[in-house]
Write a protein that binds this ligand. Sequence first.
Ligand SMILES: [Zn+2]
Ligand SMILES: [Zn+2]
Length: 352
Amino acid sequence: MSDKMRAVVATAPNEYGIQMVDIPKPGIGEALCRVKSVALCGSDPGLFAGHYQNKGWPPHYPFIFGHEWSGEVVALGPETFGFQPGDRVAGEAHCGCGICDNCRKGQYTLCLNYGKPELGHRHYGFTTNGAYAEYDVFKVKSLEKMPDEVSFDEATMCDTGGVALHAVDNAHITPAGFFAVWGPGPIGNLAMQIAKSRGTRTIMVGRRERLQMAGKCGADFLVDYEKVNPVQEVMRITGGLGADEILESAGTQDALYQSIKSVKRDGNVVVLALYPKDDLVVPMDSIVIRQLHILGSRANPNCSKRLMELIQQKRINVGELITHTFDLSEIKTAVDVFSHRRDGAMKVIVHP
Ligand SMILES: [Zn+2]
Ligand SMILES: [Zn+2]
C-alpha cells in the first residue's frame, strides 16, 4: 500500500479540490478505513462555503469534510476490540469522549467535551477530518458493522437515517395516529418511513419532486404548500384535531410556525433543522394554551444498529433516495447537482 491517498482538501471557504496527502495512521481505539461511498449531507455545501465557521466547522484549514460514509476496515490501532480488517462498516459523525456526564448516559451527540480532540471527542467532517478521501481513521466507537445484504451506497444513510430515527424516537409515535413532517428532504422522508413502520398515518408537507418522492416512498397524505394552506389541510386530514406528532425538518420560519399550529393539543413537535438564525418567531400562546411539547433533536445517538436492521429488513427504502453517484474527483459537480437539486437530486454519493 502506498502511503499517499487522494482526498478532497478544503484550503479556504469555497476553495477545495483533490490533493495527494498522507494516509493517516490509526491511534488508540481507532481503525484505518478504506472509504467506499460518501453521501453529501445537507450541511456539506455550507461547510465547503465556510458558512459555519462561527460554529468552529471547520476548526482550521486545510480540512477534509464528509461524514456520511461507509467502507472497510483496513488496519487497527491498539485497543480496538471486536473489529477485524475486512469488516464492512458504516460511520457515525459523532464520537463522544465517553467520560463526561452526557456520554455516560448515552447522549454522546451532546458530549460536554465537544470539539476537544485531546479528550477523545470527534465530530468527523466537522471538527475532525472526515471521509471525502480514500482513507481515514475513525474511533471504532463510531463504526457500525453492516449486514451483508446492505450495499455500501445504502449504508451511507447510516448517519442521516439515524438522525431521522432519533427524531422519531423523540416524537413518541402514536400507533394509528397522525404524524406530519414539514420538509420532504432525505431526513424528513426517512422519518416518515420509520414512523409509518410504527403504525401511524403519515402526512408530508412540501412541494415539487421531493413531495412526489415522499408519495413514492409511502406517505399517506401529501400536502403541497404552494397549492393549499398547510395548516388548514393538516387540520382537515386529521378531522380538525391536528397531528399527534410533527417533525419540523424544513428549517424555515414558515415551516416552524405552521408545524406548531398544526399539532394536536398535548402533542409533540420535534425540531431538528439547522436554522439560519436563532431569533425565529414561535406562537407562544398556542404552545401554552394547547400544552404543546416542543423538542430539539440532535443527531443520532445509539441509532445505527437499529437503522441498519430497518434497511436490512426492508422496512425502509433508502435506495430510492439515492439519485446520483459520482467519482470523488467530480466533487464540485456533485456539490452543484446536490445543492441546486438538479434532476430531482435527493441523495448524491461520491466514490473515493
Ligand atoms: Zn449529515
Ligand atoms: Zn462526552
